[in-house]
Design a protein around this ligand. Structure first.
Ligand code: SF4
Ligand code: SF4
Length: 182
């Protein structure tokens, strides 16, 4: 659920993550790297039944005060995967032929997935809005995947996203209080 939307899902009034805070986020994320690894390993072993419930609650709490428009770190540092449907939708949004869209903006990475040619994403504008918001790929719609069903299935991605997304870092910090207690 990347929220770089023109509809303003997250109100800037409640922003705490200003541009200058991204540096301190990175420091906090690095500091939490080892404990997050432990958390993910523990969750994989224990498979707690209430993992979705807690993660979804912490997701809601995080995005009550985190403003994606003040962050955009996902769009600035990573690329979504574009599947065929995503290419067709984004190309249609831009009134381009899918082949032309692919040739202009995408390349195949080492895993065989189509991704944008460079970061930041070429569709991110100077004010952190997604210029193809209605035609953005599914991966962007679902990012950072912490409000989906069966969070258990994306634990590895969640560990990686804690280094990219302040909301995911906050969620993992809260999950540790529940699942990493001695
Ligand atoms: S990294 Fe997380 S908080 Fe930042 S814009 Fe992306 S989804 Fe929002
Ligand atoms: S298409 Fe690019 S700018 Fe738009 S939400 Fe996805 S990563 Fe962000």
């Amino acid at each position: 659920m990347c929220a770089i939307s023109k509809t303003g899902f997250h109100s800037p009034d409640h922003s705490y993550l200003c541009m200058m805070d991204i540096q301190s986020f990175h420091q906090r994320a690095e500091k939490n790297r080892v404990s997050n690894k432990k958390l993910i390993a523990k969750l994989k072993r224990a498979k707690p039944k209430d993992l979705d419930e807690h993660t979804h609650q912490f997701h809601e709490e995080a995005f009550e005060h985190i403003d994606c428009l003040q962050c955009a770190n996902c769009c600035k540092t990573t690329s979504p995967i574009f599947y065929q449907k995503d290419i067709e939708r984004a190309a249609a949004h831009m009134r381009m032929k899918p082949g032309d869209f692919l040739q202009k903006y995408l390349h195949m990475d080492e895993d065989g997935d189509f991704v944008v040619n460079h970061a930041p994403c070429p569709f991110l504008d100077g004010e952190n809005y997604c210029t193809i918001y209605d035609g953005r790929p599914t991966a962007c719609r679902e990012y950072p995947h912490t409000n989906r069903k069966k969070v258990f299935q994306v634990l590895d991605i969640t560990e990686k996203n804690a280094l990219i997304c302040p909301a995911v870092l906050e969620i993992t910090e809260k999950l540790k209080k529940i699942y990493l207690q001695p």
